[in-house]
Design a protein around this ligand. Structure first.
Ligand code: PLP
Length: 435
């Protein structure tokens, strides 16, 4: 490695944003469990509040432990700045509210995590923000749904259950012509998909999943790519280009300039996080930092194990279909190859010939896999959507969302592959005997 080469993800995950504690020389990032910070003087306090100087004021808006997490995530993603928040839900809400207000709209892919769908279809709608849903299969659908008050495009890299990779570059290019940034939820594919390299402007994560990896902390993050010229589109992006009465008339695309291309994340922190208060606790930030240290190793192990699981399932006589980016067909396979040149992630779907009853029996027979409504844990997880997450939908709605009666979702962990396959094998046998 020459000196000019940027560090690799494995290295950034251990080093970015932190060397040692200036006060104690602690190598591990301390948990700064404090609400507030002593000001040096009234002058310094005034400068901090006026953003003339950057520094700690109050943990709802910033905290030194959280700051390391933010710097590390920004470095890992190839962005310029990040904002960690209380959950993935808070991150997706703030991602949109930072650009759109009542009367505005965004265009989003239909294929979304259910919580995001509810947020968009109900809560944001109640707040006057219209979310127009389009099929991400056709990127031009985003252009067709756009009007003069469209402020952002939104997509999920690897939405389950269909596991079709979102056409990031295609939609980002359409948006950039119009001054519309693409926000990507990359929760299921950290390091495997690089949304900024394909033109996304903002990346968000539920840190609850693979970033933390240990299933012990809820958290979320927004990352600013620093690659979108907000000031070039004053009519399209009024919230970043008009005086903000909540901050002495600051125009964020201008006010952020001395600090770098961080207008989007700066505004989100000092207005939305200040006002809505979805702060992450320093303790959760610390736990997510522990998880991040092994992110690159884990994503490789998740992907290798999941690929082996799909090969096993594809050979099994009771399995009618396996859903995995590496096993898609046509356009979906081409997009998986383009956007996920390496590992294809830990999510796997499959259909049991025996339908809903077989699906239920299979889940009940699992011994190693946990039966939970979560994904992205180091442990292997499973759920039968037709009788749980999607049970309130009609059969037709279930089919439209990609959930058939016999569909099972797996989030493959990093246990030894032989143990994972043995558990699947015995559960499939149990599902067949009584199914
Ligand atoms: N985005 C995706 C893709 C998710 O899977 C989830 C949670 O399952 C979320 C966002 C919401 O994250 P959280 O549960 O941390 O609020």
């Amino acid at each position: 490695m020459t000196k000019s080469n940027p560090p690799h993800p494995e290295t950034l995950a251990l080093h970015a944003g932190w060397r040692a504690d200036p006060a104690t020389h602690s190598v591990a990032v301390p948990i700064y469990q404090t609400t507030s910070y002593q000001f040096d003087s009234t002058e310094q306090a005034a400068n901090l509040f006026a953003l003339k100087e950057l520094g700690n004021i109050y943990t709802r808006i910033m905290n030194p432990t959280v700051d390391v997490l933010e710097k590390r995530l920004a470095a890992l993603e190839g962005g310029v700045a990040a904002l960690a928040v209380a959950s993935g839900q808070a991150a997706s809400a703030l991602a949109v509210q930072n650009l759109a207000r009542a009367g505005d709209n965004i265009v989003s892919a239909t294929d979304l995590y259910g919580g995001t769908w509810n947020l968009f279809a109900n809560t944001l709608k109640d707040q006057g923000i219209d979310v127009r849903f389009v099929d991400p299969e056709d990127p031009e659908a985003f252009a067709r749904a756009t009007d003069g008050r469209t402020r952002a495009y939104y997509g999920e890299t690897l939405p389950n259950p269909k596991l079709r990779v979102f056409p990031i570059g295609e939609v980002a290019t359409i948006g950039r012509r119009l001054g519309i940034p693409l926000i990507i939820d990359n929760t299921a594919a950290p390091l495997l998909v690089r949304p900024f390299a394909h033109g996304a402007a903002v990346v968000m994560y539920s840190a609850t999943k693979w970033l933390g990896g240990h299933g012990n902390s809820i958290g979320g993050v927004l990352i600013d790519g620093g690659n979108f010229d907000w000031g070039a589109f004053p009519e399209r992006q009024p919230l970043l280009n008009r005086p903000d009465p909540s901050y002495h008339g600051a125009v964020w695309s201008e006010a952020a300039k001395p600090l770098g291309p961080i207008a989007y994340i700066l505004k989100a922190r000092v207005t939305l996080l200040r006002d809505l208060g979805a702060a992450i606790s320093p303790f959760n930030a610390f736990l997510i930092l522990q998880g991040l240290e092994t992110l690159a190793l884990r994503m490789r192990a998740h992907s290798e194990n999941a690929a082996a699981v799909t090969a096993f399932l594809a050979r099994h006589p009771d399995v009618t279909r396996v859903i995995y980016p590496g096993r898609a067909e046509g356009l979906a396979l081409a997009r998986a190859a383009q956007y996920m040149p390496g590992g294809k992630g830990g999510l796997v779907g499959f259909e049991l010939a025996g339908g809903a009853e077989a699906g239920r029996r299979f889940i009940d027979a699992l011994k190693l896999f946990y039966h939970v409504a979560n994904i992205g844990d180091s442990r292997s997880l499973a759920i039968h959507p037709a009788t749980t997450t999607h049970s309130q939908l009609s059969p037709a709605e279930q089919a439209a969302s990609g959930v058939s009666p016999g569909y099972v979702r797996l989030s493959i962990g990093i246990e030894h592959i032989e143990d994972i396959l043995a558990d699947l094998d015995q559960a499939l046998a149990a599902a067949r005997l009584v199914g």
